[in-house]
Design a protein around this ligand. Sequence first.
Ligand SMILES: [Zn+2]
Ligand SMILES: [Zn+2]
Length: 321
Amino acid sequence: MEKSKTKHVAPAITALAYTLLVPFLFACSSQRAAIKQEVAVDPTHKVVVIVLDGARYSETFGDSTRQHIPYLSALASQGTLFTSFYNDGLTQTMAGHSTLLTGHYDVVDNGGYDSLQRPGIMQLYQRQTGAPATATVMLATKGKLRSFAGCGSEVQVEEHALALCGESIDHDVMLVQKTESILSTHAPSVSYISFSQPDYAGHDGIWEGYIDALKLSDSLAVALYHRLRRQPAYQDALFVFTNDHGRHLGERWADHGDDCAGCRHIMLLAIGGGMPADVIVQERFSMAQLMPTLSKYLGLSLAVGYQPLITHFPSATLPSQ
Ligand SMILES: [Zn+2]
Ligand SMILES: [Zn+2]
């Protein structure tokens, strides 16, 4: 039911959005130089978002022993860990990533056929700074996520994130290598990296395989963190570890997609960039609050309609623009 509804609604919304936005986008393009002078973006402020697709909270920071994520657990003392962070929208992959990128809970086809229905943080960054596509990067082992980076779209080519559109990244091990290579070459200000193995293994329904995949992602994500942190451009960068969704509780753990606590509860760990170290925050925050929070950290201007910033981030203390 939900899927067929999405397929009918999404094109209409997209067409309407293009009708409304195209004149505005052309205007933006011609005014880039002027806009660039107005936005107080510090180019040394860099954000790296690392997503572990479909890792359930009860196997990550929700497990008091943190036995399946030893590397992230060790890293947590260097940053701020939010223990009540939730996906309050559709707990599917494309919808979850859409919310992380746009700060809104939109209905998005889960097959990877829809572009973002409103500007993501990467597009905002490029529009407001005039930076090239290499200033933002999106890399993922789930190929369908490339539609959010602009792959396959003919609209606003210059605002696409740098992504390997014609090339698949077959495994999370390769994702680490590609990410390190691209970031060391271009030093993008906004990087969005998504590991897929926990979700793939989860859908296989073999518990040991899911746990092994989670452990692998834990080691790879933190290895990537340390490799990037050693680069001068990322010594003071803000790193964020999170999920697009969790998984069902109980015997249905192999799948996800409803409003159970297992699907909604996700991780949020933020390190560097002025984040307090060794802090655990129990206050509840929603996934849609992350994008505006990171946007403010970067110095971007936000239109009305976004949820409040997540407190405890440096950006939360900035005056509103
Ligand atoms: Zn997912
Ligand atoms: Zn569920």
